[in-house]
Design a protein. Structure first.
Length: 133
């Protein structure tokens, strides 16, 4: 799995599509994906890296606005104190973490809310039994 993870790190995708094949991904790869992506809308998982308290320096793959989601307490990113829900603009590259716990930084896709259909937010089977004919 190391080679596949290295390929993902090099390619730096912004999103992945979670379909029935993704539910059978081996645990080591699934664990890695969970540290980089999180559900965004329906079956679309967006870039949302987890930064551990032991990671004083970390990389962000994309410029953008990030929703800060600390597991507990406040987050401290690049010297900025942030409570859960704070939106921080971050540039691609190295950043400093002084948080005392895990923090998820969820990339907020620009213009997403204007185009996302609220009826499709919850994940659901789109074509149940599609191959049973």
């Amino acid at each position: 799995f190391d080679a596949l993870i290295a390929d993902l790190e090099a390619a730096r995708p912004k999103l992945i599509i979670s379909d029935y094949r993704m539910r059978t991904v081996p645990n080591p790869l699934n664990a890695y994906l969970a540290t980089r992506f999180d559900p965004l809308w329906s079956s679309v998982w967006g870039y949302a890296p987890v930064v551990g308290s032991d990671q004083q320096d970390f990389d962000i793959w994309f410029d953008g606005k990030y929703r800060v989601e600390p597991v507990s307490g406040d987050a401290v990113i690049d010297g900025n104190h942030a409570v859960s829900g704070t939106i921080l603009p971050l540039r691609r590259g190295r950043h400093r973490n002084e948080s005392t716990g895990l923090v998820r930084l969820r990339l907020q896709p620009e213009g997403f809310a204007a185009h996302a259909d609220p009826a499709m937010k919850r994940r659901r089977a789109m074509f149940g039994r599609a191959y049973d004919y």
